[in-house]
Design a protein around this ligand. Sequence first.
Ligand code: BG6
Ligand code: MG
Length: 215
Amino acid sequence: MKYEAVIFDLDGVIVSTDEYHYQAWQKTADGEGIYFDRKINDRLRGVSRMESLEIILERAEKSYTEDEKVSMATAKNDLYRELLNNITPADILPGVEEALGKLKAMGIKVAIGSSSRNTPLILKRIGMDKSFDAIADGNDIKNSKPDPEVFLLAAKRLGIAPEKCLVVEDAHAGIDAALAGKMGAFAVGAAIDHPGAQAAAEDMTKVDIEEMVGC
Ligand code: BG6
Ligand code: MG
């Protein structure tokens, strides 16, 4: 097999949290009178909370102090975490559980590599906190995607060389991060048009797992 491990992004790959991120940012931006829409929201995929805020502030009419930025990001996160209370195992994206089952049966290690600092909460809410051999998330890293730090850490925690890891991502920044880490990159959802990915599928139900890991 070409790959010995698969590292999954969380938001948009394992579970659909996009709408909740969007709603929480929209409310935060509205509160400040800053223009925000779904197109801008698309640019936040895979990007850390504070970097997301900087993208939103491109449309702000005044400048904000660091303290003000931290309180805006905190307000967004409080709203987001409230919305996350609605998440249940029913929000696991189609094809994910089947894919994990097949990979495990094939002896392939599975990990999470996510920019989100809410990863532990989300995994618990969908009942998948014990489903992975390793987890690396926004709480563990200094540089968020497109930097490869979170994926390299996941590979290190798995004890598998980066070249033997395949990353599954829905964000352009995430595909860039995988490539920067010398890993394989499999694009799903919003990342399917990324020219650097080795392969792509609309969602996990359309993936031939054996082909994906290079059997
Ligand atoms: C990523 C999302 O997984 O996590 C981004 O795609 C989000 O949209 C980032 O900004 C950070 O998330 P959190 O939960 O730490 O605010
Ligand atoms: Mg994602």
